[in-house]
Design a protein around this ligand. Structure first.
Ligand SMILES: Cc1ncc(COP(=O)(O)O)c(C=O)c1O
Length: 480
């Protein structure tokens, strides 16, 4: 009844998975139809033994598990769960606390309070900023933009929480033409409409052009405006010039939000901190734990320099925010800052990861990943037919593969896709394709604590083999 048998069984499965992680195919090996055949069963009328359910679950999903938590997954931006963060996540589920308010779990509330403070210190943010632990950067953007909307409209005598948006002064979102699409989704979700987005042109380093920012602000000086900057652009890792951009935007009474999903973690490293210079001048920030902090999904953070604007979005005026049954006056009710009501205690793995690594351990992961990204991009760039499109500023870079005997971009695009497909099917490492500045490219992203020099060696050898194979069959369609 205490569940010890099934939990031991789950532990055995988990340990076996983690032990095999570095040796399994990195990508999924089963097709959707095969997975459906394994998993699809008619709705059971009668129950099945728990041990059997668990064994069969592990068996049935096998080919559909991507080793993105392993050392040679270089797609998108993904971390891998640190063992201590995973263990703390198990405990979070075991305790099964509702992290809605202080009264439902004083421990969870205090863990959030402490961890929120640590995060602000690590990321170089103002100590008075409010914060919330959300599912990821997507919800962090949504929360931050809701706080921005509150402040910008209430400064114009419009209470958007009571009156809604119809009839309110229309907001404008100034942001990079190379922004992450989660900004668009936050804008849509808040009902601001993507027509409110005015993309600003970027320089060759992927940073917003300050002259374009000044022009846009001058054109409609009275329009309530949010400027979204980036600490770490997805393809190049570019950082905006926060100090200058914040000064310009604040002179026009604009709110500045920073997408720092992974790149804000550069602030934890002495070597890379300069990239975030002036970031503390912004009004809100979004970052992820499930990327560079290497905690399990779902782990995102939002910080707001104006706690009153943040709280105005979520805090009910009707009672729960008042002192709880414990009588504690100085405690924090998470749902006054979070979009969710009931939820898991998602700060627990973050607390465990930060305590285990310390600032120096986090900096070591950041610096090792950045060094490996540079090495990988340069070693790929030295292979015949390969071309570097973006050398890493931090942990992200781009390469492409040129078709032999052709001057046509279309041929290079097709060849790049072929090489990527071959690397994926070899199973040693995994990269994804992207179209960047009109060219097909392979994105290289490193944010996993597990990646070692030996993994980079194995990866380069696999890319070399894939290139040799594709040169040999050049001209045939992808999908071999
Ligand atoms: C720059 C950037 N912003 C936002 C996001 C969205 O983050 P999440 O998937 O945690 O919601 C990502 C995800 O890769 C990202 O790279």
């Amino acid at each position: 009844m205490d569940g010890s048998r099934i939990l031991s069984q789950a532990t055995a499965h988990a340990v076996a998975f983690l032990k095999g992680l570095a040796h399994r195919d990195v990508g999924a090996t089963a097709r959707a139809g095969e997975l459906r055949d394994s998993l699809e069963r008619s709705l059971p009328e009668l129950g099945t033994r728990a041990e059997q359910v668990l064994d069969e679950l592990v068996h049935d999903v096998e080919g559909g598990i991507v080793a993105s938590t392993g050392p040679r997954f270089f797609g998108w931006v993904m971390g891998g769960a640190l063992p201590v963060a995973l263990a703390a996540d198990w405990l979070t589920s075991t305790w099964d606390q509702n992290a809605a308010v202080y009264a439902t779990s004083p421990a969870e509330a205090l863990i959030e309070e402490v961890t929120g403070g640590w995060l602000k210190e690590l990321l170089g943010l103002p100590p008075q900023a409010s914060f919330a632990f959300v599912t990821g950067c997507q919800m962090a953007h949504t929360t931050a933009l809701a706080a921005a909307r509150h402040r910008l409209l209430s400064d114009r005598d419009w209470n958007v929480e009571t009156k809604g948006q119809a009839g309110a002064p229309p907001l404008r979102i100034l942001t990079s033409e190379d922004r992450h699409a989660s900004i668009n989704r936050a804008v849509r979700l808040l009902g601001l409409g993507t027509d409110a987005i005015e993309p600003l042109s970027c320089d060759e380093k992927g940073r917003i052009q300050l002259a374009a920012l000044e022009d846009a602000l001058q054109k409609s000086p009275s329009r309530p405006t949010v400027l979204c900057l980036q600490a770490g652009e997805l393809n190049t890792g570019a950082y905006d010039r926060f100090r200058q951009a914040c000064t310009i935007a604040h002179a026009a009474r604009a709110w500045v939000h920073v997408d720092g999903a992974f790149g804000l973690w550069a602030a934890a490293s002495e070597k890379y901190r300069h990239l975030t210079d002036g970031v503390e001048l912004a009004d809100s920030w979004a970052a992820d734990g499930h990327k560079w902090l290497n905690v399990p999904y779902d782990s995102g953070f939002v910080f707001v320099a104006d706690p009153a604007a943040h709280q105005a979005v979520f805090a009910e005026q009707t009672g729960h925010a008042s002192p709880t049954a414990s009588g504690a006056q100085d405690t924090r009710n998470q749902m006054d800052w979070n979009p969710e009501w009931s939820r898991r205690g998602r700060a627990v793995p973050v607390y465990a990861a930060i305590r285990t690594l310390g600032r120096s351990g986090i900096a070591e992961i950041v610096e090792r990943n950045c060094a490996h990204a540079t090495r990988l991009v340069n070693e790929i760039g030295n292979l015949p037919g390969a071309e570097i499109l973006a050398e890493p500023i931090i942990n992200q870079g781009l390469v492409r593969f040129r078709a032999a005997n052709s001057d046509h971009d279309g041929d290079h695009d097709a060849h790049t896709d072929r090489v990527i497909a071959r690397i994926q099917s070899d199973g040693v490492a995994w990269f994804g394709p992207v179209t960047w500045c009109g060219k097909r490219a392979m994105r290289i992203s490193l944010s996993n604590w597990r990646t070692t020099d030996a993994d980079i060696d194995l990866t380069v050898a696999s890319i070399k083999a894939a290139l040799a194979h594709c040169d040999w069959v050049q001209g045939s369609p992808p999908g071999f």
